[in-house]
Write a protein of this length. Structure first.
Lengths: 179, 196
């Protein structure tokens, strides 16, 4: 039995503290996805809180033949989608402001290499559909089959989204280079 | 990676985005505080398992006497309701049958039956907001390829999809709604006494 399965069994047997082990094991990885996906830490924390709470309440529906991490990720992806949709208006404002900043003539768009804000800004320029696929593929390093099971989107559509995300990034680089 | 995916800028962004993020220990503590405020998730069990599961409880002598008297009263009342004066069911009366509903149903729950025709499918599941998008397996009828599952749902609007051998499909009989991410789900509005 895996560590995850053992912890789930302990929780279902009444040991709530065993859930802390699961939270500790997956929090950082989930946080990285949520922050990259939603673009800010407040929204990401809301998504994480809702994800871990929903997973806890649904723990009796988790089936051991599935990987716990994949099951948890499916909940996380849906939570991020819900929060993004709920706050769509605010996000649009955010993206527009970022676009204005990037297009400002006096702003040097030079990447120092370790600027987290810069990475966030680049990712926020991607359409959420493309961003989600890009993150799952190259940041979470899932296979297309795993991504399909997690998102409910077909493998060919996911490949197309990842390719488009990469195309957008490449185009961005060309723009910067030519400025 | 394809050519565009292998681009150095793409690789750079991906590598930087893979860097771990700094997280706040207090946020984990807030999660665990919220978790501890929730009731314990119960192990799944079958209805029959719940019925035959041994239970122990303690009663005071007074409570025990009252309970015994109450049980006798219920027995007498049930006998009077289900039998005619000579102790046999009236002619043509159908004997009472167990409803088969999950015992965890609350008074506010409404039972909804989901059905999907897929004669050649090996596995059909139901996912929706009501099960946190985790798959609830559907049972296949032997003859007509009809898969079904019955769930208690709260009154309100629910979105769902069927997962047929891994592919998400909408319900052809239900209204549809986009999820804002290029996928379409089916919609079920549950009112009191709804079925599907």
């Amino acid at each position: 039995m895996s560590d995850d399965a053992a912890d789930v069994q302990r929780v279902l047997a009444g040991d709530v503290d065993a859930y802390a082990a699961l939270v500790d094991r997956y929090y950082d990885r989930c946080a990285r996805f949520a922050i990259r996906m939603l673009g800010n830490r407040d929204d990401a924390e809301d998504a994480l809180q809702a994800t871990f709470l929903r997973a806890y309440k649904a723990l009796n529906r988790y089936q051991e033949r599935d990987r716990f991490s994949a099951w948890l990720y499916r909940i996380l992806v849906n939570q991020c989608r819900s929060i993004a949709a709920r706050r769509a208006h605010r996000e649009k404002v955010f993206v527009r402001e970022e676009a204005l900043l990037l297009n400002a003539p006096d702003r040097a768009v030079v990447w120092t290499g370790e600027d987290e804000e810069f990475v966030q800004r680049v990712l926020s320029e991607l359409d959420p559909l493309l961003r989600e696929a890009f993150l799952l593929k190259y940041i979470e390093e899932l296979s297309y089959e795993e991504m399909s099971a997690l998102t409910g989107v077909g493998v060919s559509a996911l490949k197309m989204r990842v390719k488009r995300a990469c195309d957008r990034l490449r185009e961005r680089w060309e723009r910067i280079k030519n400025d | 990676m394809t050519d565009s995916e292998r681009h150095p800028y793409v690789e750079l962004i991906a590598r930087e985005a893979r860097r771990p993020v700094v997280t706040d220990q207090a946020a984990r503590q807030r999660i665990m505080a919220a978790v501890r405020a929730e009731p314990l998730p119960r192990r799944r069990s079958t209805i029959w398992g719940r019925v035959i599961a041994p239970r122990s409880f303690t009663l005071s002598p007074v409570t025990g006497s009252l309970l015994a008297a109450g049980l006798v009263g219920i027995g007498v009342l049930a006998g009077a309701l289900t039998s005619n004066r000579v102790g046999r069911p009236p002619v043509g009366q159908v004997p009472p049958v167990a409803s088969g509903l999950p015992v965890s149903l609350q008074a506010s729950d409404t039972v909804v039956k989901f059905v999907f025709v897929a004669p050649n499918a090996a596995k059909v599941s139901l996912v929706g907001d009501f099960n946190d998008w985790t798959e609830t397996r559907m049972e296949k009828a032997e003859k007509d390829g009809l898969w079904s599952v019955t769930l208690p749902l709260s009154v309100g609007r629910h979105v769902y999809s069927f997962v047929v051998d891994g592919a998400w499909l909408v319900d052809p009989k239900a209204p549809m709604a986009g999820d804002g991410y290029g996928r379409t789900n089916s919609v079920k509005v549950v009112t009191k006494g709804s079925t599907l």
